[in-house]
Design a protein around this ligand. Structure first.
Ligand code: TRP
Length: 452
């Protein structure tokens, strides 16, 4: 109806859309998750498999999300309702909305940690020991809650501004700064002793390290990092104009996401070895590199401290500002999914919708703030199972109910040369067979590992 047309926003420019979608994709998953997985899985071989997963599963599914979104101009629930009959299709969307709410609730706490560490660097430099210990205590519930609230206020503030004035404008400013800071930091780390050893581990693949576990971790990481499987990019696609080339945009977003993950690894893996050189422990007793929270909130801050003085402050705080910015463009997209659902389906104004959903998610975040052990559990359920399950349902639904011919019709708009290449055949093959089979394999293995 024309009423929903006027209510829904649009991206202002083609680049704006690509940057917003890339902003959603680039987050803690790239700057923290990817290097951690590389460290965990034997270095460069992980990168190789990761790139393949992004290209053969991530990219086709992303094109599918954009196409469904633009065709229906709805949130995930409304989109599947519009394309299919019966009670089941909307459930696919509802599953996505729920994954969004739950992922955001713990993502917010981790994002809060990154903001806390900006202050940790400052307090440390100023010699205010008590304060620097307070902000760096990951288990302090009050402190966690404080920063989660702060982060939610920023997210809701931007979402309230709407699609082009809020989301597009924020990501357009944040993304270039992020890339610039990252590159400057890499340049500096390369001048330090020890970095070359890290670089070798990062770039020279040990092909014997490749096994099924590694492949499945890589595919899971690709889903999370590319923001797939819960309708976030479907929602962003619903604000897309008909003259924009979906395939080209999806390719840019995938390349940007892979590129920034690669750069983050180029910073962090060498930085770990620089830290080792400075006498900081970077491995456990079994000789495995520290990963996850220990890496980002322990090894790296110690490295910044070892640099000493004003320089350590600048370097350390830049790193955590970088992480916070990346997290912010991601929390925006996570919140936009349930918000757009309420706007479309329950006809509630954007500002009110953002406050309601933001408040609800924050309530869950506050519980998590005091029980951070929940993060692992929630990440397992919603990242490792929820997203692939959503992606699987989305691909199967598109391929076998909506039909690839209809999707291709949608993709044709904005893509003039579609009929002159192999795109149709290749994409159809992937979305119908290859993606569902690979995703299903990952899901089955993940579930099997969980119960056994
Ligand atoms: N991709 C983001 C990251 O790498 C996280 C994220 C934002 C996300 N929106 C999403 C993940 C939607 C899955 C679905 O940190």
């Amino acid at each position: 109806m024309s009423e929903t047309k006027t209510e829904r926003g649009n991206w202002n420019s083609k680049l704006g859309f690509v940057l917003a979608a890339a902003g959603s994709a680039v987050g803690l998953g790239n700057i923290w998750g990817f290097p951690t997985q590389v460290a965990d899985n034997g270095g460069a071989s992980f990168i190789l498999i990761y790139v393949i997963c992004c290209l053969i599963v991530g990219l086709p599914v992303m094109i599918a999300e954009f196409a469904i979104g633009r065709h229906t101009r709805r949130n995930p629930v409304g989109a599947f309702k519009k394309l299919g009959n019966g009670w089941f299709p909307p459930l696919i969307g509802l599953w996505g909305v729920m994954c969004g709410v739950m992922i955001l609730s713990f993502y917010l706490v981790i994002a809060g940690w990154t903001v806390g560490y900006i202050f940790e660097e400052i307090f440390y430099y100023l010699g205010i020991v008590a304060a620097s210990e307070w902000v760096s205590d990951l288990e302090n519930g009050i402190k966690n809650a404080f920063f989660a609230i702060l982060f939610m206020i920023a997210t809701v503030g931007i979402i309230t501004g709407g699609v082009s004035n809020g989301i597009e404008r924020a990501t357009k400013t944040l993304m270039p700064i992020l890339i610039l800071v990252l590159i400057i930091m890499i340049g500096y780390v390369f001048t330090l002793q020890g970095s070359m050893e890290g670089l070798r581990m990062y770039l020279l693949p040990d092909l014997t390290a490749i096994n099924t576990d590694l492949v499945f971790s890589a595919l899971g990481q690709a889903f999370f990092s590319l923001s797939l499987g819960m309708g976030a990019l479907l929602t962003y696609g619903s604000y897309l104009k008909k003259n924009q080339n979906i395939v080209e945009s999806a390719t840019y977003v995938t390349i940007a996401d892979m590129g920034i993950a690669f750069l983050a690894g180029l910073l962090i893996i060498p930085a770990m070895f620089v830290a080792q050189h400075a006498g900081i422990t970077i491995m456990d007793e079994d000789g495995n590199l520290f990963a996850s929270t220990t890496l980002v909130f322990d090894v790296l801050p110690n490295l910044f401290k070892s640099m000493g003085g004003f320089f350590g402050l600048i370097f350390g705080s830049s790193f955590f500002i970088l992480l916070s910015m990346a997290a912010l463009t991601s929390t925006i997209s996570l919140l936009e999914v349930p918000v757009s659902y309420i706007i479309d389906e329950h006809k509630i104004a954007r500002k009110k919708a953002a406050m309601i959903v933001g408040g609800l998610v924050l309530a869950i975040s506050l519980i998590i703030s005091f029980n951070i052990g929940l993060i692992d559990l929630l990440a397992t359920i919603f990242n490792n199972v929820g997203l692939p399950l959503g992606g699987l349902m989305l691909s199967l639904f598109l391929a076998w109910f909506w039909k690839t011919e209809n999707a291709i019709e949608e993709i044709r708009s904005g893509y003039e040369n579609l009929d002159h290449g192999y795109f149709q055949n290749v994409w159809t093959l992937f979305i119908k067979y290859i993606c569902p089979v690979l995703i299903a394999l990952v899901l089955i293995t993940t579930l099997y590992n969980l119960v056994s």
